[in-house]
Write a protein that binds this ligand. Structure first.
Ligand SMILES: Nc1ncnc2c1ncn2[C@@H]1O[C@H](COP(=O)(O)OP(=O)(O)O)[C@@H](O)[C@H]1O
Ligand SMILES: [Mg+2]
Length: 240
């Protein structure tokens, strides 16, 4: 299996001054990679760069062999790489739960039967079947996050980028979501990039990227990357 994402020296810059600084990495097809690091470090920016929502200032980026800086490639890239935003309110497009989950597969032009099957299955996987006909506005933040996860499960892209999708979800549900992610990777060969602050999620991944101040400061075995980050933090405190 080859690399489905190839990022070479990618840089970005917002008008406010913040930017990603020459980040390079490759992601193997079918791997489970976690991305972590302090708030404001650039994790969500990187997620948005991957599907062309934030433009590149420098470097090169390929997703499934397609150049992300060529706008003509973006529709195909977005079919292959699905992104769940950190804030569910930025993701949800419909008033009713099942309509929102069906939005992605509908846009793929699938037959209605298939859309319904995928929607029902996705809602069942995240434990939200009983809310299928509910108004999204009546749900809690955590339930909205589950609806967003169901949306990408129904869409079934080859690569899923999940940005802090468990931030408002309780520990029992969080563990279920981790099991869903492992199933996607191990049984369906889906590539998952999970952005998370949680040790349990970082440690469950095959590989961990640590992003701080717009730079990729560590990339490798999750346990080693986390212990290096902890040591560095301890060092900073004792020098302070
Ligand atoms: N659309 C934007 N315009 C300007 N600055 C932004 C924008 N989005 C994020 N930022 C800034 O970029 C920095 C990195 O943000 P972000 O990528 O969301 O980090 P993280 O996800 O690691 O917390 C922060 O300082 C944030 O305020
Ligand atoms: Mg973020």
């Amino acid at each position: 299996m080859g690399a489905v994402i190839k990022a070479q020296n990618i840089s970005t810059s917002y008008r406010t001054g913040f930017g990603l600084k020459e980040i390079s990495f490759e992601i193997e097809e079918g791997s489970f990679v976690c991305i972590t690091g302090p708030n404001g470090g650039g994790k969500s920016t990187l997620a948005k760069v991957l599907n062309g929502l934030v433009p590149l200032e420098g470097g090169s980026l390929e997703v499934c062999g397609l150049d992300v800086s060529d706008v003509h490639n973006l529709p195909e890239i977005r079919k292959n790489l699905g992104l769940v935003f950190q804030n569910p309110d930025n993701q949800i497009v419909s008033v009713i739960v099942e309509e929102d989950v069906a939005f992605g597969p509908c846009n793929l032009g699938l037959p209605l039967d298939e859309v319904k099957k995928r929607t029902a299955r996705a809602l069942e996987m995240v434990g939200m079947t009983e809310y299928a006909a509910s108004a999204v506005s009546s749900l809690s933040g955590g339930q909205k996050q589950l609806v967003c996860l169901a949306g990408i499960l129904a869409f079934r892209p080859k690569i899923m980028v999940l940005d802090e999708i468990t931030s408002m979800i309780d520990p029992v549900e969080r563990n279920k979501i981790l099991q869903i992610i492992k199933g996607l990777v191990e049984e369906q060969g889906i590539t998952v990039l999970l952005i998370s602050h949680r040790f349990s999620e970082c440690l469950a991944a095959d590989r961990l990227l640590y992003i701080e101040n717009g730079s990729l400061v560590a990339d490798g075995n999750p346990r080693q990357v986390l212990s290096a980050a902890l040591n560095e933090d301890e060092g900073r405190k004792s020098n302070a």
